[in-house]
Write a protein that binds this ligand. Structure first.
Ligand SMILES: Nc1ncnc2c1ncn2[C@@H]1O[C@H](COP(=O)(O)OP(=O)(O)O)[C@@H](O)[C@H]1O
Ligand SMILES: [Mg+2]
Length: 292
């Protein structure tokens, strides 16, 4: 899609922008994707992860949705994807980390550094995937061992690891504590043109701000008309949330879904995939503050 000169130009521009801001590239690339169910979070997270990997970053994608399906978007064949055991459901792992041998008493100072190496899956487009499984909200007061492990792991991956990390999350950020959230550089709140999903995106941006996520953007997906684009622009402006960009409705994405294929296979034919890669470019080059 890009020729070498363009590629080099983009890379240089990226470096210059990071230098200007006195940041390292790794620090910048902790991205969380959230939004109401069905708006396209998994699609956006998967394509962004693949885009960053194609630009030479080591990328870890985290599936933190209770119904995980990021593996398929990243090109893992369905029969292999169904065999992936989420960390929270890996009883042996959870026990080995948190058990003290005494019922009801958990070890809370365990190391999680080995989990990526042992439990992440290398996917066909060069992205490493870690499937977290269900994480109960902290509000419920649940301190069960699996929950503790997931929170510690998420913290480690976002705060300590050097890779670019893209997290696909359900529409709630409760399980991301402040200490983790402060290291998330960017949250993309994905919405479609329904008012409910826009309101969810707005709520998520407010929540993300509260817990310390540095940059928050709205992304509108499945845009089918100019009018829809205008409405979200208006909504974003009214609520003071920057709009990172629009992703068109694209039958190629639905077709891939129906066939059980990854939309990444259609990178050259899909206007939707191309638009998401463009958003990745905006995030990389730091040209994201100017909305569209
Ligand atoms: N731009 C788009 N054009 C057409 N269909 C899309 C688009 N984005 C997502 N979809 C479809 O919408 C459905 C939900 O997308 P998904 O990424 O699974 O959402 P979420 O993770 O938010 O629940 C899927 O069937 C997906 O193929
Ligand atoms: Mg999803």
């Amino acid at each position: 899609m890009y020729n070498d000169a363009e590629e080099l130009g983009l890379f240089k521009e990226t470096l210059i922008n990071f230098e200007k801001r006195g940041e390292t590239m790794e620090k910048h690339l902790k991205i969380a994707v959230s939004g109401k169910g069905g708006v396209g979070k998994t699609l956006v997270a998967g394509v962004l992860a693949e885009y960053l990997a194609s630009k030479g970053f080591t990328v870890l994608a985290i599936d933190a949705d209770p119904t995980p399906n990021l593996a398929l978007t990243l090109g893992v064949p369905p029969e292999e994807a169904s065999k992936i055991v989420p960390v929270s459901e890996n009883t042996a792992l959870v026990e080995s980390k948190t058990s003290t041998g005494m019922p009801g008493v958990y070890n809370l100072s365990f190391s999680v550094a080995d989990i990526v190496e042992n439990f992440s899956v290398k996917t066909p487009y060069n992205v490493h995937l870690l499937v977290m499984g269900t994480v109960r909200s902290a509000g419920s007061g649940c301190m069960c061992p699996a929950n503790t492990l997931i929170r510690a792991l998420l913290h480690h991956l976002i705060v300590k690891r050097k890779e670019a990390v893209v997290t696909d999350m359900e529409a709630g950020l409760e399980h991301m504590g402040r200490g983790t959230a402060e290291h998330v550089e960017t949250m993309l709140a994905v919405t479609d043109s329904s008012l409910k999903s826009m309101e969810t995106a707005k709520r998520l941006c407010g929540l993300a701000k509260q817990i310390g996520i540095k940059e928050r953007f709205i992304v509108e997906n499945k845009v089918a008309s100019q009018r829809e684009g205008e409405l979200i622009e208006q909504f974003a402006k009214q609520n003071g949330i920057p709009l990172l960009g629009l992703i068109p409705h694209d039958d190629a994405i639905l077709r891939a879904d129906r066939e059980g294929e990854t939309p990444l296979k259609y990178v050259n034919q899909s206007t939707g995939v191309a638009a998401i890669r463009k958003l990745g470019e905006k995030l990389l080059t730091g040209n994201s503050s100017s909305s569209l």
